[in-house]
Design a protein around this ligand. Structure first.
Ligand SMILES: [Zn+2]
Length: 492
């Protein structure tokens, strides 16, 4: 193994890929293959990744100038993910990044399942490029710009550009920002949400330990409590869902946000801690949806929280607040009789500064629902039926391996799924329709077989086991005759 004769001095928040590109240029190598061989001793397919591998080999070649841990901490995005991983998963990820193969890393961290990868690009900020050239002598790739959900430069509040690598090439052509044209990653318009999220992500990346403490302190649950979405220790789900549906409409208009604005289901998965690892971007996006900003993260203290996750904040002295101000806020709150308590103006302020009065007022003035705004179940039912039918068409037209038209898949694509599942009696038309929409395992397998035959140009000579493997079928529910009919039909 040859030590490296030189290596670029890292710039602030520079990514490992950026260092490799600058090394490549200084070494005047012909292609990426030579650079990869020199840096990693092998052909690394992950050098352009936010979680690159082969770091042990690089650390050895740098004669320990950076340990594997330091390379990970300073030049990769793993620290952004660490607060959301348990210690074992965090250690496993670091081991994989040290080794030569990163197989399964993105899967283990839930990145593959999040579908954010399809919107990933190499991003830069035009102002950063100009300033970096002046201050550092060269433009470089900033680590935070590459994080999913960062569409704005946290330093300049400018929309990031995604580089277009020339021709059919990809990151292996080893370019720095500004060396090829770019396109903005989001439309113009109101960027305040994207700015807030970018600031939080940058802080989270730089302060993984603080973030871990904040998560242990149940920030989100306490915020929900503060906003009136928790009663008797339980989340008021429908109320929160309605709030989120309204709030999601104001989301930033970038591709990765569109993944999340269709439904608020992912929020409940985070809150119930179900399923896969929480993606940092989803967490910070949810913070923004709940009107939390960087300042809240910085000032959030674990002592404010008890073990059950409910706020026990000592009453803050409100003797610094002028009486006039307090009085005006109480009047404004009390005058809005047609609103539910947490929707009234100044609810959150009063909750923080004048809780005793607020509790007394709310107890003495219960909210009565206006009978005219009772839910029109019939129109909800017919709207849902229409949505379910559309959802089936969408599932059938999805590219790639066919998905089964199952109850869960249909419900994921409609708005009122939760109410539908909890109160089926309110949805007679949709319930009847649903029974007819579902696809049997047999029919689904036939569709998968049809798809595999076309996708892989399979013929009658192909072994049945091979065909099943391509179609993703483990236990067959179709007869061999049916399979042959499919192949013949396709050949005709
Ligand atoms: Zn910038």
């Amino acid at each position: 193994m040859a030590n490296l004769l030189f290596f670029p001095q890292p710039f602030p928040d520079e990514s490992l890929y950026s260092l490799a590109v600058r090394y490549h240029k200084l070494a005047a190598n012909q292609g990426y293959r030579a650079t990869s061989q020199e840096l990693f001793g092998s052909y690394s397919r992950t050098c352009g990744s936010i979680l690159p591998c082969c770091l042990e080999a690089l650390s050895e070649r740098l004669r320990g100038a950076f340990s594997v841990g330091e390379l990970i901490e300073r030049f990769t995005l793993l620290p952004l993910f660490l607060p959301f991983l348990d210690d074992e998963k965090g250690r496993d990820a670091a081991v994989l990044m040290g080794g030569n193969r990163g197989t399964g890393l993105k899967m283990a961290l839930g990145i593959t399942a999040s579908r954010f990868l399809q919107h990933a690009s190499f991003r830069y900020c035009e102002s950063c490029v100009r300033e970096d050239i002046l201050e550092c002598g060269s433009a470089y790739w900033h680590r935070i710009h590459q994080a999913s959900g960062t569409c704005i430069c946290p330093r300049h509040s400018e929309v990031l550009q995604a580089i277009r690598f020339p021709g059919w090439s990809d990151w292996r052509c080893m370019l720095l920002p500004g060396e090829s044209a770019g396109t903005p990653v989001m439309d113009c318009g109101d960027h305040s949400g994207a700015v807030a999220i970018a600031h939080m992500q940058l802080w989270g990346l730089d302060h993984p330990n603080e973030m871990k403490t904040i998560l242990a302190g149940n920030l989100l649950r306490n915020r929900l409590d503060e906003m009136g979405f928790i009663r008797s220790g339980r989340i008021r789900e429908q109320m929160l869902r309605d709030f989120l549906t309204r709030r999601l409409r104001c989301s930033p208009s970038a591709a990765e946000f569109e993944e999340m604005v269709r439904s608020a289901e992912w929020v409940f998965q985070i809150l119930r801690r179900q399923g896969r690892t929480v993606q940092p971007f989803k967490f910070y996006f949810l913070c923004w949806l709940l009107d939390l900003e960087l300042e809240h993260l910085k000032t959030y203290r674990l002592e404010d929280v008890n073990r059950a996750g409910i706020v026990v904040r000592p009453d803050e002295p409100n003797n610094l607040i002028p009486d006039d101000d307090l009085h005006a806020r109480r009047i404004a709150f009390a005058k809005s009789t047609n609103l539910k308590c947490h929707d009234k103006p100044g609810y959150q302020w009063l909750y923080r500064h004048d809780r005793e009065w607020l509790a007394r007022y709310v107890a003495g003035n219960p909210y009565h629902r206006d009978r005219r705004i009772l839910i029109d179940w019939q129109s909800r039912d017919s709207a849902l039926a229409l949505e379910l039918a559309k959802a089936k068409t969408m599932i059938l037209s999805v590219d790639g391996k066919p998905q089964q038209v199952a109850r869960a898949a249909l419900c994921r694509r409609v708005l009122n799924a939760h109410a539908f599942l909890k109160m089926p009696d309110h949805f007679p038309m949709s319930t009847r329709l649903m029974a007819g929409l579902l696809e049997s395992t047999h029919d689904h397998q036939l569709r998968k077989i049809r798809w595999a035959i076309r996708e892989y140009s399979l013929t009658e000579n192909c072994a049945m086991s091979v065909l099943y493997r391509y179609a993703g079928i483990r236990i067959s529910r179709v007869s061999e005759d049916e399979v042959f009919t499919q192949i013949r039909d396709d050949m005709d």
